[in-house]
Design a protein around this ligand. Structure first.
Ligand code: HDD
Length: 725
């Protein structure tokens, strides 16, 4: 039979209106490199993996129409074998992630501090691949879990790959990599029944945390709204550890890395997060993908905090302790460049799943410090790729490979792609002319920073690491009142899910070291007496044979009382770019008002979603049809940043009879979002629980509504009045 699959496809094909990767024409060194491995099946014949054109992909080869299948069917065997092996182990942590391509542009040279080319040459544009993730959940878990978010950036620099493998919280739970497996075993679903998924609200997590006072600062952040971001595009990123910059004279300067989002740092409400998890568990992934497709390229400024080597010991905390920040009041963040994400991946598995980050991927000009958490990470990340990606050749996977050609004497192993010519795979050699050559420092060769070490070999925790509370106190004191309330509520929720009273009590006792009001409130919610005094805590990381007291927590004053940068209340609130605004309507809606509203929102960079009781078109009051984007039964208020109720008296009255519409706006009110009412929508307003003021705009002025959306949330509203929704 003649091969006709191409013509058949021609007859039946419908080109998707959703074109993946709208921005695929963006080129740079990495995009060109990836294009060597990118294929597009459009207008092509289907082939086997050996390149043979396939004639029938629907039926296996059989002995007779109803006969047994034949082993010789290489097309069936190949298809099923490949399918059987499609899955690889998911990441042990950060399994669920979303990623995008982009570019880093340097605005201010740091040549005084580092010789890293991408941080000194302001003419360079460095391609990047960024993967965001949750930590605890599996690959298919929900985006809106209360969790830390990974923020991993791979810079494909001209001097090799540099990975900044950070989080959206500037500190970590533990001080020593030795405790990482314990931390992760405690937070992951419990080992007997694999519950709960993607949640820290369970016994083993709080058992561990309540015994590890060093986690106190981090747990304050994890219980804050930072752990439930509105969008991956609206969160900060941090390198966490203190790293070193090394300049061309070999001088070292300590550095901490910061990513500051141009859209500000915003979160959702906890009730909302839980509902989003049901309504759209891909909420963050979808938001990132759509923003990039729509041309709302997410952007962050790169900032650095620099500390001269001679100032290492001038702080009350240790720069090597990853449970501490350097308050911006003590060392300001210097903004030096911008990261822009402008292209979605072509293939989730090939890129987002196979990308392999490693804090040990550094380039000349950057070096490590002796932070014991960082040092342990330097081992873990290559090791994990060996089981996850299956071979030490994982650096050859297109998304991982450097834009530089690799020349060295590593050979063989599973899935080797590179074909190394010649006989020689050793150094020194004369048969290969001494190649590949070793580079002197002046020729770009990496040399580790020379640090004098003169000490005993000890299994120990430095005494400079034993203050576990001062920065937790500083963090709490820096929060606005609504933020403090959210932290209290988060602790109350999480500990109420812990079934063991002794653990709940121990955690409340620990929190007396942070704030008595906080501890008292949580105790009240847990139905236990509020502790009357601060209760000193046993330090869980103390070695068994330590002299009494040697390793107990020490109590220092916070480095600063309050730090503005720690409160999300002080973030950017001047834009509605890419915010999703619901416009609710039924037949009879005021067409002219809708046109004006949509024009104003779109001009400000927001996006309008028209919502009606059923799909199709709404008949407006001037006889025109307005196409519907979503319906009251297929979407939810929690998936939108704000809502506007249009006029047209008939329409407003009709909406009153839609319980889902009432629920929608009441819930928007409960979650402190901006709500706009056209003057003619008074009947609908009356039927809700909503009170005008505080982000509820009833004068019909679109400008006022847009300004309210830019404020993101009106958290005070929730403290004044709770509504059932
Ligand atoms: Fe880690 C993945 C961030 C401590 C061991 N880590 C991973 C990812 C991020 C971080 C963002 C996901 C990367 C991606 O998208 O593929 N990890 C951190 C930060 C830490 C940290 C900011 C503390 C400051 N991690 C840490 C320690 C260890 C690990 C102390 C082990 C001793 N992390 C891993 C890992 C992972 C990982 C098991 C899982 C998948 C992977 O590496 O590639 O090796």
């Amino acid at each position: 039979m003649a091969n006709n699959s191409k013509s058949l496809a021609g007859n039946t094909s419908i080109k998707s209106t959703k074109q993946p990767n709208k921005n695929s024409d963006i080129t740079n060194a990495k995009a060109e490199d990836l294009s060597r491995n990118t294929v597009d099946a459009s207008e092509q014949w289907m082939t086997t993996d050996q390149g043979v054109r396939i004639n029938d992909d629907h039926n296996s080869l059989k002995a007779g129409d109803r006969g047994p299948s034949l082993l010789e069917d290489f097309i069936l065997r190949e298809k099923i074998t490949h399918f059987d092996h499609e899955r690889i182990p998911e990441r042990i942590v950060h399994a669920r992630g979303s990623a995008a391509h982009g570019v880093f542009r340097l605005s201010e040279s740091l040549h005084q501090y580092t010789k890293a080319g991408f941080l000194t040459d302001t003419k360079r544009e460095t391609p990047v691949f960024v993967r965001f993730s949750t930590v605890a959940g599996s690959r298919g878990s929900t985006d809106l879990a209360r969790d830390v978010r990974g923020f991993a950036v791979k810079f494909y620099t001209e001097e090799g790959n540099f990975d900044l493998v950070g989080n959206n919280i500037p500190i970590f739970f533990i001080q020593d990599a030795m405790k990482f497996p314990d931390l992760i075993h405690a937070v992951k679903p419990e080992q007997d029944n694999e519950m709960p998924q993607a949640a820290s609200a369970h016994d083993t997590f709080w058992d561990f945390i309540s015994l590890m006072p060093e986690s106190t600062h981090m747990i304050m952040w994890a219980m804050s709204d930072r752990a439930i971001p509105r969008s991956l595009r609206m969160m900060e990123g941090f390198g966490i550890h203190t790293f070193r910059f090394i300049n061309d004279k070999g001088k070292s300067t300590f550095v901490k890395f910061h990513w500051k989002p141009l859209l500000g740092v915003h979160s959702v409400a906890w009730d909302e997060a839980q509902k989003i998890s049901g309504k759209d568990s891909d909420f963050h992934r979808r938001d990132l993908w759509e923003a990039i497709e729509e041309g709302h390229f997410p952007e962050w400024q790169l900032g650095v905090q620099l500390v001269a080597e001679e100032d290492e010991h001038k702080f009350s905390f240790d720069l090597l302790d990853p449970t501490k920040i350097i308050p911006e009041e003590m060392v300001p963040v210097k903004i030096v460049g911008t990261l822009t994400l402008n292209r979605n991946p072509d293939n989730f598995f090939a890129e987002t799943e196979q990308v392999a980050f490693h804090p040990g991927h550094i380039v000349p000009g950057i070096d490590f410090t002796n932070d014991p958490l960082l040092q342990g990470r330097l081992f873990s990340y290559t090791d994990t790729q060996l089981s996850r990606l299956g071979s030490p050749n994982f650096h050859e996977i297109p998304i991982n490979r450097s834009v530089n050609t690799i020349y060295n004497n590593h050979r063989d192993a599973h899935m080797r792609m590179q074909i190394d010519k010649g006989k020689v795979a050793y150094t020194p050699n004369s048969m290969g002319g001494g190649c590949p050559y070793l580079a002197k420092m002046s020729e770009g060769g990496f040399t580790s920073h020379q640090e004098r070490i003169d000490s005993y070999k000890v299994r120990n925790r430095s005494k400079s690491f034993l203050d576990h509370f001062s920065q937790a106190i500083m963090f709490y004191q820096s929060q606005s009142e609504p933020e403090k309330q959210h932290i209290k509520d988060a602790f109350s929720f999480e500990l109420s899910k812990c079934t063991i009273p002794g653990i709940r009590q121990r955690m409340v006792n620990n929190l007396t070291n942070v704030n008595m009001d906080l501890a008292g409130y949580i105790a009240g919610k847990l139905g236990i007496p509020a502790p009357g005094t601060i209760i000193p805590v046993f330090n869980g990381a103390r070695p068994a044979d330590a002299d009494s007291g040697d390793y107990d927590s020490i109590y220092l004053d916070p480095p600063v009382d309050r730090s503005e940068a720690l409160s999300m209340a002080n973030t950017i609130k001047n834009t509605i770019k890419s915010r999703c605004i619901a416009v609710m309507m039924t037949d009879g809606v005021d067409a002219a008002a809708f046109t004006l509203l949509k024009k104003a929102i779109t001009a400000a960079g927001g996006k309008v979603k028209v919502i009606a009781p059923v799909l199709g078109d709404v008949q407006a009051n001037d006889g025109t049809s307005i196409p519907i984007d979503e319906t009251l039964f297929n979407t939810a208020s929690v998936l939108h940043d704000a809502v506007y109720i249009l006029g047209g008296e008939e329409h407003a009255k009709a909406l009153v009879n839609e319980p889902d519409a009432l629920h929608f706006v009441n819930e928007q009110y409960r979650h402190c979002k901006a709500i706009g009412f056209h003057k003619e929508a008074a009947a609908f307003l009356k039927a809700t629980y909503i009170k005008p003021g505080d982000g509820v705009i009833t004068n019909g002025k679109v400008e006022d509504f847009i300004n309210a959306v830019a404020m993101h949330r009106f958290w005070d509203r929730e403290m004044a009045r709770k509504v059932p929704a």
